[in-house]
Design a protein around this ligand. Structure first.
Ligand SMILES: [Ca+2]
Ligand SMILES: [Ca+2]
Length: 236
Protein backbone atom coordinates (compact mmCIF):
# COMPACT_ATOMS: atom_id res chain seq x y z
CA UNK A 1 0.00 0.00 0.00
CA UNK A 2 2.81 2.39 0.86
CA UNK A 3 4.45 1.71 -2.50
CA UNK A 4 1.28 2.49 -4.46
CA UNK A 5 0.66 5.74 -2.50
CA UNK A 6 4.19 7.07 -3.07
CA UNK A 7 3.73 8.29 -6.69
CA UNK A 8 0.49 10.00 -5.67
CA UNK A 9 2.21 11.77 -2.79
CA UNK A 10 5.14 12.89 -4.93
CA UNK A 11 2.84 14.21 -7.64
CA UNK A 12 0.76 16.04 -5.05
CA UNK A 13 3.87 17.62 -3.52
CA UNK A 14 4.81 18.96 -6.95
CA UNK A 15 1.35 20.51 -7.37
CA UNK A 16 1.37 22.01 -3.87
CA UNK A 17 4.87 23.46 -4.11
CA UNK A 18 4.72 27.23 -3.51
CA UNK A 19 4.74 29.33 -6.66
CA UNK A 20 6.78 31.93 -4.76
CA UNK A 21 10.10 30.91 -3.27
CA UNK A 22 11.11 32.20 0.19
CA UNK A 23 11.83 35.91 0.47
CA UNK A 24 11.11 36.50 -3.18
CA UNK A 25 11.00 40.09 -4.37
CA UNK A 26 7.43 40.41 -5.60
CA UNK A 27 8.16 43.93 -6.89
CA UNK A 28 11.24 46.11 -6.48
CA UNK A 29 11.34 49.77 -7.52
CA UNK A 30 14.67 51.58 -7.81
CA UNK A 31 14.64 53.84 -10.85
CA UNK A 32 11.15 55.41 -10.77
CA UNK A 33 10.47 56.10 -14.42
CA UNK A 34 6.94 57.05 -13.42
CA UNK A 35 3.73 55.34 -14.38
CA UNK A 36 5.54 52.10 -15.08
CA UNK A 37 6.01 48.79 -13.36
CA UNK A 38 8.72 47.69 -10.96
CA UNK A 39 12.37 47.35 -12.02
CA UNK A 40 12.41 43.74 -10.84
CA UNK A 41 10.03 41.21 -9.33
CA UNK A 42 7.76 38.29 -10.09
CA UNK A 43 4.32 39.89 -10.15
CA UNK A 44 2.56 42.44 -12.35
CA UNK A 45 3.13 45.93 -10.95
CA UNK A 46 2.62 49.61 -11.64
CA UNK A 47 3.33 52.99 -10.07
CA UNK A 48 1.78 56.44 -9.90
CA UNK A 49 3.23 59.88 -9.23
CA UNK A 50 1.10 62.72 -7.94
CA UNK A 51 2.83 66.04 -7.48
CA UNK A 52 6.15 64.34 -6.85
CA UNK A 53 9.33 64.32 -8.87
CA UNK A 54 12.39 62.36 -9.80
CA UNK A 55 15.38 63.37 -7.72
CA UNK A 56 18.93 63.76 -8.98
CA UNK A 57 20.28 61.36 -6.37
CA UNK A 58 19.45 57.96 -4.93
CA UNK A 59 20.23 55.56 -2.10
CA UNK A 60 23.68 54.02 -2.27
CA UNK A 61 23.65 50.93 -0.03
CA UNK A 62 22.46 48.49 -2.71
CA UNK A 63 19.67 46.97 -0.62
CA UNK A 64 15.91 47.33 -0.53
CA UNK A 65 15.54 48.68 3.01
CA UNK A 66 17.86 46.92 5.45
CA UNK A 67 19.38 43.50 4.94
CA UNK A 68 16.52 41.53 6.52
CA UNK A 69 17.29 38.00 7.79
CA UNK A 70 15.07 35.27 6.38
CA UNK A 71 13.77 32.29 8.32
CA UNK A 72 16.04 29.38 7.52
CA UNK A 73 19.02 31.57 6.75
CA UNK A 74 20.10 34.21 4.29
CA UNK A 75 18.76 37.68 3.65
CA UNK A 76 16.16 39.11 1.33
CA UNK A 77 17.67 39.25 -2.16
CA UNK A 78 17.38 41.92 -4.79
CA UNK A 79 19.92 44.12 -6.44
CA UNK A 80 18.88 47.75 -6.59
CA UNK A 81 21.65 49.70 -8.30
CA UNK A 82 23.96 51.51 -5.89
CA UNK A 83 23.14 55.19 -6.16
CA UNK A 84 21.69 55.14 -9.65
CA UNK A 85 20.83 58.80 -9.27
CA UNK A 86 17.11 58.29 -9.10
CA UNK A 87 14.65 58.35 -6.23
CA UNK A 88 11.22 59.82 -5.84
CA UNK A 89 11.13 63.27 -4.30
CA UNK A 90 8.20 64.34 -2.14
CA UNK A 91 7.51 67.79 -0.76
CA UNK A 92 9.63 69.86 -3.04
CA UNK A 93 9.19 73.56 -2.39
CA UNK A 94 8.93 76.70 -4.45
CA UNK A 95 9.79 79.94 -2.68
CA UNK A 96 9.54 78.17 0.64
CA UNK A 97 6.06 76.81 0.00
CA UNK A 98 5.62 73.07 -0.29
CA UNK A 99 4.05 71.60 -3.36
CA UNK A 100 1.58 69.36 -1.63
CA UNK A 101 0.00 66.93 -1.52
CA UNK A 102 2.76 64.99 -3.19
CA UNK A 103 2.66 61.22 -3.27
CA UNK A 104 4.07 58.13 -4.92
CA UNK A 105 2.10 54.88 -5.03
CA UNK A 106 2.89 51.33 -6.03
CA UNK A 107 0.41 48.59 -6.94
CA UNK A 108 1.26 44.90 -7.14
CA UNK A 109 -1.24 42.39 -8.58
CA UNK A 110 -1.05 38.73 -7.59
CA UNK A 111 -0.94 37.18 -11.03
CA UNK A 112 0.34 33.86 -9.69
CA UNK A 113 -1.84 30.79 -9.23
CA UNK A 114 -1.73 30.77 -5.43
CA UNK A 115 -2.22 33.03 -2.43
CA UNK A 116 0.98 34.63 -1.16
CA UNK A 117 1.89 35.34 2.47
CA UNK A 118 3.44 38.79 2.42
CA UNK A 119 6.75 39.48 4.16
CA UNK A 120 7.85 43.11 4.26
CA UNK A 121 7.37 46.49 2.68
CA UNK A 122 10.97 47.70 2.41
CA UNK A 123 12.34 51.09 1.42
CA UNK A 124 15.13 53.62 1.84
CA UNK A 125 14.36 57.24 2.70
CA UNK A 126 15.78 60.49 3.99
CA UNK A 127 14.77 64.10 4.50
CA UNK A 128 16.75 67.21 3.66
CA UNK A 129 17.18 70.53 5.46
CA UNK A 130 15.23 69.33 8.48
CA UNK A 131 16.38 67.29 11.52
CA UNK A 132 13.40 65.00 11.23
CA UNK A 133 10.22 64.76 9.21
CA UNK A 134 7.24 62.43 9.13
CA UNK A 135 6.96 60.43 5.91
CA UNK A 136 3.38 59.38 5.38
CA UNK A 137 3.02 55.68 4.52
CA UNK A 138 -0.09 53.57 4.19
CA UNK A 139 -0.85 50.25 2.52
CA UNK A 140 -3.90 48.17 1.67
CA UNK A 141 -5.15 45.07 -0.12
CA UNK A 142 -8.19 44.93 -2.39
CA UNK A 143 -10.68 43.67 -3.38
CA UNK A 144 -12.32 43.34 -0.90
CA UNK A 145 -10.66 46.25 0.84
CA UNK A 146 -8.42 45.49 3.81
CA UNK A 147 -7.00 48.66 5.29
CA UNK A 148 -5.68 51.18 4.63
CA UNK A 149 -3.13 50.44 7.33
CA UNK A 150 -1.10 53.44 8.57
CA UNK A 151 2.67 52.98 8.67
CA UNK A 152 4.17 56.48 8.70
CA UNK A 153 7.85 56.72 9.54
CA UNK A 154 10.06 59.43 11.02
CA UNK A 155 12.89 60.34 8.69
CA UNK A 156 16.22 61.81 9.77
CA UNK A 157 18.42 64.08 7.71
CA UNK A 158 21.37 61.94 6.62
CA UNK A 159 22.99 64.84 4.77
CA UNK A 160 21.55 64.40 1.31
CA UNK A 161 24.02 65.44 -1.38
CA UNK A 162 22.68 63.53 -4.38
CA UNK A 163 23.67 59.86 -4.19
CA UNK A 164 23.67 59.25 -0.42
CA UNK A 165 23.23 56.33 1.97
CA UNK A 166 19.56 56.78 2.91
CA UNK A 167 18.09 55.31 6.11
CA UNK A 168 16.64 51.79 5.89
CA UNK A 169 13.04 50.91 6.72
CA UNK A 170 11.20 47.57 6.95
CA UNK A 171 7.48 47.35 7.68
CA UNK A 172 6.45 43.79 8.58
CA UNK A 173 3.25 42.68 6.86
CA UNK A 174 2.63 39.89 9.35
CA UNK A 175 -0.49 37.87 8.65
CA UNK A 176 -1.36 39.61 5.40
CA UNK A 177 -2.26 37.26 2.57
CA UNK A 178 -2.37 38.48 -1.02
CA UNK A 179 -4.97 36.31 -2.70
CA UNK A 180 -5.02 35.45 -6.39
CA UNK A 181 -6.05 38.54 -8.39
CA UNK A 182 -5.83 40.76 -5.32
CA UNK A 183 -3.76 43.96 -5.42
CA UNK A 184 -1.39 45.23 -2.74
CA UNK A 185 -0.87 48.96 -2.90
CA UNK A 186 1.25 51.31 -0.82
CA UNK A 187 1.35 55.10 -0.85
CA UNK A 188 4.21 57.31 0.31
CA UNK A 189 3.03 60.87 0.87
CA UNK A 190 4.33 64.20 2.01
CA UNK A 191 3.35 65.53 5.41
CA UNK A 192 4.20 68.99 6.63
CA UNK A 193 4.66 69.41 10.36
CA UNK A 194 5.31 72.59 12.31
CA UNK A 195 5.07 74.56 9.07
CA UNK A 196 8.52 73.35 8.14
CA UNK A 197 9.03 72.78 4.43
CA UNK A 198 11.54 70.09 3.61
CA UNK A 199 12.18 67.51 0.94
CA UNK A 200 11.77 63.78 1.39
CA UNK A 201 13.43 61.19 -0.81
CA UNK A 202 12.28 57.58 -1.14
CA UNK A 203 14.18 54.89 -3.05
CA UNK A 204 14.58 51.09 -3.24
CA UNK A 205 10.96 50.17 -2.47
CA UNK A 206 10.23 46.44 -2.42
CA UNK A 207 7.36 44.14 -1.53
CA UNK A 208 8.47 40.66 -0.46
CA UNK A 209 6.92 37.27 0.26
CA UNK A 210 7.87 34.78 2.97
CA UNK A 211 7.57 30.98 2.91
CA UNK A 212 3.98 29.86 2.63
CA UNK A 213 2.89 27.89 5.71
CA UNK A 214 -0.36 27.20 3.87
CA UNK A 215 1.47 24.88 1.50
CA UNK A 216 3.14 23.03 4.38
CA UNK A 217 -0.26 22.78 6.09
CA UNK A 218 -1.83 21.35 2.95
CA UNK A 219 1.00 18.85 2.63
CA UNK A 220 0.53 17.83 6.26
CA UNK A 221 -3.19 17.32 5.65
CA UNK A 222 -2.46 15.25 2.57
CA UNK A 223 -0.02 13.00 4.40
CA UNK A 224 -2.43 12.76 7.33
CA UNK A 225 -5.16 11.87 4.83
CA UNK A 226 -2.95 9.11 3.43
CA UNK A 227 -2.62 7.62 6.91
CA UNK A 228 -6.39 7.93 7.34
CA UNK A 229 -7.08 5.99 4.14
CA UNK A 230 -4.49 3.37 5.04
CA UNK A 231 -6.24 2.96 8.40
CA UNK A 232 -9.61 2.57 6.70
CA UNK A 233 -8.24 -0.04 4.35
CA UNK A 234 -6.74 -1.99 7.24
CA UNK A 235 -10.09 -1.99 9.01
CA UNK A 236 -12.01 -2.97 5.87
CA1 LIG B 1 17.47 54.55 -6.99
CA1 LIG C 1 18.82 50.27 1.83
Amino acid sequence: MKVSLRPLLLASVAVLAPQISPATILAGYNSFPGGLGADEGTLQSSSTFSGSFLSNGGSTDGNYGPTVPVTGGGVIPGNPPTGNGVATLLGSSVNGVAIAPASFSISVLNTSRSAIELGYLLFDATTRNNPNQLLGVSYQISPPLQGPFPASQTLVDVGYTGNTNFSDFSIPLTGLILGVNQTFSATFFYTQINNVVSDMFVDNIALTAIPEPGSLFALGCLMGGGAFFRGRRRRA
